[in-house]
Design a protein around this ligand. Sequence first.
Ligand SMILES: C[S@@+](CC[C@H](N)C(=O)[O-])C[C@H]1O[C@@H](n2cnc3c(N)ncnc32)[C@H](O)[C@@H]1O
Length: 185
Amino acid sequence: MKDSSFLKEFLFRKTQVGAIAPSSKYLTKKMMTGLSLATAKVVVELGPGTGVFTEELLNLIGPKTQLLIIEINTRFYNDLKEKISDPRVTLINGSATDIEIYLKKMNVIEADFIISSIPLAVLPSSLRNRVILSASQALRKKGTFIQFQYTLQSQKLLEKVFSGVRIKHCLLNIPPAFIYTCTKE
Ligand SMILES: C[S@@+](CC[C@H](N)C(=O)[O-])C[C@H]1O[C@@H](n2cnc3c(N)ncnc32)[C@H](O)[C@@H]1O
């Protein structure tokens, strides 16, 4: 999918897509830095859009890692379905509020890493809470949840739900982004 099509999806569904363009390669790298993805059993990606993080994840995860990808937008989902043919991937057209349900269908209990692009700041607060709780419940103890955002609006919520929250900044993205790295006790 072209960047112009991403913009079109944004114009039709602002509060779902939450960005005018796909994330930069710099943000992509910074999101994944320091994560032991090669030895992970289960990785979840929330809101892949056109798949910029997905491509990098497929390079970084191990041969036995299972990657669950959840995208709510049917156009993005259909494009990804055409593009990805990797036996490690389970691609779902569904909601990030239901991670445990999809893991269960894969006979998996929990995830080691959850990488999220969900536009928390533009969601109604009840939906935002449900997404974060869904991620926290699906994550194993000592697992890591990584979320990027354009503001620090969700910091308090993430600090309430996770035992540790570190924040990095990525200037080389439009717009510049904050990366939350959250751990579960
Ligand atoms: C800001 S875009 C990020 C796309 C891509 N990961 C990137 O970084 O370029 C947010 C993505 O989250 C998806 N999304 C929004 N709400 C969702 C939900 N509840 N469950 C799954 N995906 C969702 C949107 O459709 C969109 O693809």
